[in-house]
Design a protein around this ligand. Structure first.
Ligand SMILES: Nc1nc2c(c(=O)[nH]1)N[C@H]1C(S)=C(S)[C@@H](COP(=O)(O)OP(=O)(O)OC[C@H]3O[C@@H](n4cnc5c(=O)[nH]c(N)nc54)[C@H](O)[C@@H]3O)O[C@H]1N2
Ligand SMILES: Nc1nc2c(c(=O)[nH]1)N[C@H]1C(S)=C(S)[C@@H](COP(=O)(O)OP(=O)(O)OC[C@H]3O[C@@H](n4cnc5c(=O)[nH]c(N)nc54)[C@H](O)[C@@H]3O)O[C@H]1N2
Ligand SMILES: [Mo]
Length: 760
């Protein structure tokens, strides 16, 4: 077993923060940045979407500091850099190397004859985009990808541009992330967002955390969990792995904890279900509540607010403990104990992230979590509710602004009335459809407002082949990544400002806004000088693209929006519910809360009631034909999950350590249970090849992964994303969500031949 620390946070976390600041080569500036982060009149952390009270002193965490130091650096790459390398050469570099070169500082165009990027002026770049887009036969040949860092203002203009151009093709990172949460919650409670606010964590007696690793990915959440634990709140964790941050946390802001003299136990109970076993686990909890805790069932709530309760009790009764135990990998007494905690608490919160959303049955699983809350009336009252913990800092806001492939008729009508054009009503593409359409050349042009679709997508070989077929790709980005070096024909790489930078228009610093996971909308304003005079804000770039492409076809004054972001906010106020007096509201410290109807027990479902989900447990994690292949395999088949280390932000690799899991200096690891290792006669440090089992005769394999013994259920293994993405079959997606099943891939493990040779 690797030597893991016994708690998260504490002095090592401060040491790591300081070392990141030093690496950025801007220590003083970045200390100032951290002071301003997540505070009124400061900027929103470009890390995760967790919310904050906007008072007090420092409001950052170690990984937020990494995100800031990564963005706010003096390292730059311009034309000299790009003169040195062909894209073929750059494709041989690692993701880490590409991003470590520094910030992009000038607009560039790819020339396939030299296989290099060359400088181009902004005016020429916009003119080229206009020429290319206006040369398409059909507006639906354009794909407009968004990564969840774009501000509300940039996202709003981007969708307005796309719809004015004539398409609803808005693939976004959310399609690979919390899509299932939005779909499940909409079906269940009528709103696709979480119902709690941060303060609810101060008023709850019970928090269930499913499939989430806040110690690395939402470290500020640990403060809320710590505070709750200290108040006697019972925290129950369901995680496939033993994650240190969910066990014990030492707050760097509490002197005794900082110096390792004490720490706070976070999880009262820590259950390790099998991958994809949470639906069964939650059903077991519901079964135990129905059988043993009738007093916890809120009949009044059920009667007045829900539908299909009888059908639900029937399906729960019909589910046997044997099925529940087999599928969840947990035993009845463990689930009964969790049920006891849930049932005897006065109010309850359930939180979840990718361990729940990236499976074939994610929508059903989230609906089952919601069932627990409907059963006990634990929604729409203080200290109770549902909390999908979003990833990217403004991914939720992007959706609110209309980055969605199936806009509602109501929203389109509002756009039509306000901007006097006829928006397209045909549903557009999600990420899955967009990549497929590029692969068949049905789509021709891709514009990426941030992100790294080539590395973030499932089935790397297929995705990169698809991108290689695009006639023209425009990337708007801060740093060089895999997507930018994957061009084959023609394209542009346009440098933009980040959150930490001052964005001046006619000398006036502009504010942008974001929405956190609690639906709080607030302003963000950077404080560093821009990285280069020729980098533009995302808003500026999108507005200029729209202006040049659409010209007189629509009467939208894009330049006015580019010059004054408050004008965009006025347009948002006119077209998106909840944003009345937007410019006024963002002046309040902490911003304002967008009303969530479900949190007021107002159900925007077809029936007007919250809906119990009444499906059976799935028969397998995989589609039928794959399940059959798995069943018939001659060798043991494992389920693989792909996850994040402590030293990365999605496809951005900051470093090669995963401190809380005791991994140092490497990322090509496979976490495995000791018994499984013994069974396959594999020892720690040995190298193995991992091969996916699927139904399409395509070989998906990663060679030479180093085995690390870990506290993970038998039959389950784990590897890092994005390196393990070549193993995720493109067609392996969630039911309804169409999200890649990044947390359940059937694989076989064989000793790497090089190792075998060494052994003989
Ligand atoms: N520093 C940092 N912060 C980030 C990110 C980052 O990469 N780095 N990414 C951001 C983004 S976009 C997102 S979406 C979030 C991601 O935040 P997380 O969801 O925490 O990210 P993952 O690393 O994918 O972790 C999934 C967790 O679920 C567990 N798990 C996996 N499968 C199962 C299962 O079937 N059942 C259960 N019960 N547990 C399971 C894993 O063991 C792991 O602890 O974080 C955001 N914040
Ligand atoms: N196997 C597997 N695959 C996964 C996941 C998984 O858990 N396992 N997780 C999925 C999830 S949850 C997500 S959200 C996606 C992430 O997918 P993406 O959002 O597409 O990927 P990121 O790695 O976050 O994008 C990083 C790039 O964004 C650019 N960037 C950074 N800041 C800015 C900015 O301010 N503006 C602009 N314009 N560009 C900027 C930089 O160039 C950087 O290289 O990946 C998904 N893919
Ligand atoms: Mo995400």
């Amino acid at each position: 077993m690797p030597d893991k620390p016994r708690y998260a946070g504490g002095l090592p976390s401060i040491k790591s923060t300081v070392s990141e600041l030093i690496k950025s080569k801007r220590v003083r500036q970045n200390i100032n940045n951290l002071y301003k982060m997540n505070k009124h009149k400061g900027f929103d952390c470009p890390g995760c979407a967790w919310g904050d009270e906007k008072d007090g002193t420092f409001k950052f965490c170690e990984n937020g500091a990494k995100a800031v130091a990564w963005e706010s650096t003096d390292k730059r790459i311009g034309k000299q850099f790009f003169a040195q390398f062909t894209l073929k050469e750059l494709r041989d570099k690692s993701n880490y190397w590409l991003e470590s070169q520094g910030r992009l500082v000038e607009p560039l165009r790819y020339h396939c004859d030299t296989d290099k990027y060359h400088p181009i002026s902004w005016q020429q770049a916009f003119a080229l985009i206009a020429q290319k887009l206006n040369g398409l036969d059909d507006p639906n040949q354009l794909e407009l990808y968004t990564s969840g860092r774009a501000s509300n203002e940039a996202a709003f203009l981007y969708q307005l541009f796309g719809r004015a151009f004539g398409t609803n093709n808005f693939p976004d990172c959310s399609n690979m992330c919390h899509e299932a949460s939005g779909i499940a919650l909409k079906q269940s409670i009528g709103v696709g967002k979480g119902t709690v606010v941060l303060d609810d964590f101060n008023h709850t007696e019970c928090i269930f955390v499913f499939g989430q690793n806040p110690g690395s990915n939402h470290p500020r959440m640990l403060n809320a969990l710590r505070k709750a634990a200290k108040n006697g709140t019972k925290i129950v964790t369901f995680n496939n792995l033993k994650e240190v941050g969910l066990q014990r946390f030492a707050s760097p802001q509490a002197p005794a904890e900082l110096f390792g003299l004490s720490r706070t136990t976070i999880s009262h109970d820590y259950l390790t279900p099998k991958l994809g076993g949470d639906l069964a686990a939650v059903r077991g909890i519901a079964k135990a509540i129905l059988d043993t805790y009738p007093q916890a069932i809120d009949h009044d709530f059920i009667k007045h607010h829900t539908q299909r309760f009888d059908a639900y009790t029937e399906v729960v009764n019909a589910t046997s403990w044997q099925q529940i135990e087999k599928q969840s990998g947990l035993c009845k007494p463990q689930l009964e104990h969790a049920a006891h905690i849930f049932a005897t608490a006065k109010n309850r919160i359930s939180a979840w992230a990718m361990g729940i959303t990236q499976h074939r049955h994610s929508v059903a699983t989230i609906r089952e979590i919601s069932n627990l809350h409907l059963l006990t009336g634990a929604i729409g009252k203080k200290g109770s509710g549902l909390c999908p913990v979003r990833g990217h800092s403004n991914v939720q806001g992007n959706r609110t602004m209309g980055i969605v492939e199936r806009p509602t008729p109501d929203f389109l009508n509002k756009l039509q009335r306000r901007f006097v054009f006829a928006p397209p009503t045909k549903p557009g593409h999600k990420t899955y459809d967009a990549i497929k359409a590029l692969h068949t050349s049905a789509s021709k042009i891709l514009i990426c407002l941030g992100g790294n679709i080539a590395a973030a997508s499932a089935d790397t070989a297929y995705a990169q082949e698809a991108l290689g077929k695009a006639d023209f790709i425009v990337n708007i980005a801060t740093k060089l990544n895999r997507t930018h070096v994957n061009l084959k024909h023609d394209g542009l790489l346009l440098p933009c400002l980040g959150r930490t930078e001052i964005d001046r228009k006619q000398g006036v610093p502009q504010i942008i806004t974001v929405e956190d996971t609690f639906s709080m909308v607030h302003g963000s304003m950077g404080s560093c000088e821009p990285i280069s005079a020729s980098a533009k804000s995302e808003i500026d770039i999108v507005a200029n693209i729209a202006d040049k492409v659409l010209g007189a076809r629509v009467s939208i004054d894009w330049q006015r929006y580019a010059a004054d972001y408050s004008a965009i906010r006025d347009a948002i106020a006119d077209t998106i519910d909840g944003f009345n007096n937007f410019n006024h509201h963002i002046k309040q410290p902490g911003g304002f809360h967008l009303r969530n109807d479900a949190a007021h027990k107002c159900w925007n479902t077809d029936s007007g009631f919250a809906e119990f989900f009444t499906g059976d447990l799935p028969s397998s994690l995989y589609p039928d034909d794959v399940a059959e292949i798995v069943e018939k395999a001659n060798e043991p088949v494992f389920t693989l999950q792909t996850l994040r280390s402590h030293d990365q932000y999605n496809t951005t690799v900051y470093g090669f350590n995963d401190r809380y899991r005791g991994v140092n200096g490497k990322r090509n690891v496979l976490f495995m249970n000791k018994v499984d290792m013994q069974f396959l006669s594999i020892f720690s440090g040995q190298r193995v090849d991992v091969t996916t089992l699927w139904n399409d005769n395509t070989k998906r394999q990663l060679r030479g992964m180093e085995v690390v013994e870990y506290d993970i259920p038998q039959g389950n293994v784990a590897a890092y994303y994005p390196e393990a993405n070549p193993l995720v079959p493109f067609e392996s997606v969630g039911e309804q969500s169409i999200t890649p099943t990044s947390k359940s891939i059937p694989v076989v493990i064989t000793l790497n031949r090089i190792n075998l040779e060494a052994a003989f």
